[in-house]
Design a protein around this ligand. Structure first.
Ligand SMILES: [Zn+2]
Ligand SMILES: [Zn+2]
Length: 140
């Protein structure tokens, strides 16, 4: 896919990113659900996520390895990325003009509450499996 633009609800934070493909993944972890009032619908953008400088660009250090990008003015969640910037999952809802997306994967499936589930057949990974896959990809 080619690089595309995106922005928060109020437009104070704008960014560019290049999706790795058309696969949408959902994170059900407790941190995502608390921050976003629901699961996180994201598309992998590798190291291509670049936010424009803005006084409203919020970067929340959520763990030792990851940070959450958001707009300080309107509260829109924009992305999760590793602190070294080499891997990003960008909110599919903040990106402009994406078509033909498919829901492919759900992660932290053990944290999904019982009150919702998705009908699409997806690859489902536990948090532990996600960490293992990530460690493998980092050691390559
Ligand atoms: Zn905003
Ligand atoms: Zn999450």
């Amino acid at each position: 896919m080619s690089a595309t633009s995106g922005q928060c609800l109020c437009g104070a934070v704008r960014f560019q990113a290049k999706p790795a493909g058309n696969a949408v993944s959902i994170c059900h972890c407790g941190m995502c659900r608390r921050q976003m009032a629901g699961p996180f619908f994201a598309i992998e953008c590798g190291d291509t996520f670049k936010a424009e400088d803005s006084p409203n660009l919020g970067v929340y250090s959520a763990s030792d390895y990851g940070e959450r990008i958001f707009c300080k003015q309107c509260g829109t969640v924009i992305a999760w990325r590793t602190k070294d910037g080499k891997f990003s999952e960008v909110s599919v809802n903040a990106l402009d003009g994406l078509e033909d997306l498919r829901l492919k994967q759900e992660i932290f499936i053990e944290d999904k509450p019982d009150y919702y589930s998705f009908a699409e057949k997806t690859k489902q990974l536990t948090g532990q499996q996600v960490f293992e896959l990530f460690a493998e990809s980092q050691s390559e």
